[in-house]
Ligand binder design. Structure first.
Ligand code: AMP
Length: 282
């Protein structure tokens, strides 16, 4: 059986990627927090079409969780993750400890504006993107990949990482990958396991209501008028909506009026104790 070698620390990651570079082999990086599902694996598969070597990273990054969030109970399934990476043909998995990434005395982080302060996730998770950007910068600088793959599922995160790598001149191509969904439309997420049976049955409404609203906007209805019924339906079904908005897909700037090209609809909503996010093209 093929296995995927573990790179448990930065020294091992550097040594392996250096060998590949010396052999003239291109490298793709797929950062994850583990608890891998088919969405993550689709990133690995895309990575394999873009580079000779693929490194997945599995690191539940403490600095992107607020103290009130689910860092401690975030699912950790390393053995199953490694088996899935092996089956998908990943060449290595970087699995550092928190101390390796944040040694005693660590005190540097990246300050963000632009897409990171668009008033979407940042409004509800004010320290989140600073944690994401800092760890992604560290991963990119240690692996020095040719390309790094991120899911459109976390649309604002993808925009933040594109902006950060451009601003810091990190020599890597950032590639977005489409969102993988369950058969009923629910976006795959490691957090879906938090949903109880009843909530799981209701959760696909998120995508259904967004799709209907997007269609109405596409058909010419004013944006706010198209979003209003989606909001009320979701609220009636028990969702607490953090935001449901249409934004410019490239800048995440607010938009008004009617359909034009380059729009994205984004939602975050809580169902019971689970917070779900999703987004679609309009
Ligand atoms: P996470 O482990 O949740 O931090 O996600 C790791 C990467 O997988 C991120 O780039 C996510 O955007 C991406 N991802 C998460 N869920 C999906 C999905 N359903 N489809 C495609 N990519 C995803």
């Amino acid at each position: 059986m093929t296995t995927t070698p573990l790179l448990p620390d930065i020294a091992a990651l550097r040594a392996q990627t250096r060998l590949w570079r010396q052999a003239g082999e291109s490298i793709a990086l797929v950062p994850t927090m583990g608890a891998l599902h088919a969405g993550h694996i689709s990133l690995v598969e895309l990575a394999k079409t873009r580079a000779k070597r693929v490194v997945a990273t599995i690191f539940v990054n403490p600095t992107q969780f607020a103290p009130t969030e689910d860092f401690a109970k975030y699912p950790r399934t390393l053995e199953a993750d490694i088996a899935k990476l092996a089956a998908a043909g990943a060449d290595a998995a970087f699995t550092p400890s928190p101390d390796e990434i944040y040694p005693e005395g660590f005190c540097t982080s990246i300050t963000l504006r632009g897409p990171a302060t668009a008033g979407l996730e940042d409004r509800f998770r004010p320290t989140h993107f600073q944690g994401v950007a800092t760890v992604v910068a560290k991963l990119l600088l240690q692996a020095l990949p040719d390309v790094a793959i991120f899911g459109e599922k976390d649309f604002q995160q993808l925009a933040v990482i594109r902006q950060m790598t451009a601003d810091l001149n990190i020599p890597v191509e950032i590639l977005g990958a489409p969102t993988m969904r369950e058969a009923d439309g629910l976006a795959m997420s490691s957090r879906n396991i938090y949903l109880n049976e009843e909530e799981r049955a209701v959760a696909p409404m998120l995508h259904r209501c967004m799709s209907r609203a997007a269609q109405r906007i596409h058909d010419g209805e004013a944006m706010e008028a198209a979003l209003a019924p989606a909001r009320s339906k979701l609220m009636a079904a028990g969702f607490e909506i953090d935001y449901l908005e249409v934004r410019d897909a490239a800048t995440l700037a607010t938009v008004q009026g009617r359909y034009r090209k380059g729009l994205r609809m984004l939602i975050a909503a809580r169902l019971g104790r689970t917070r779900l996010i999703d987004n679609i093209e309009v």
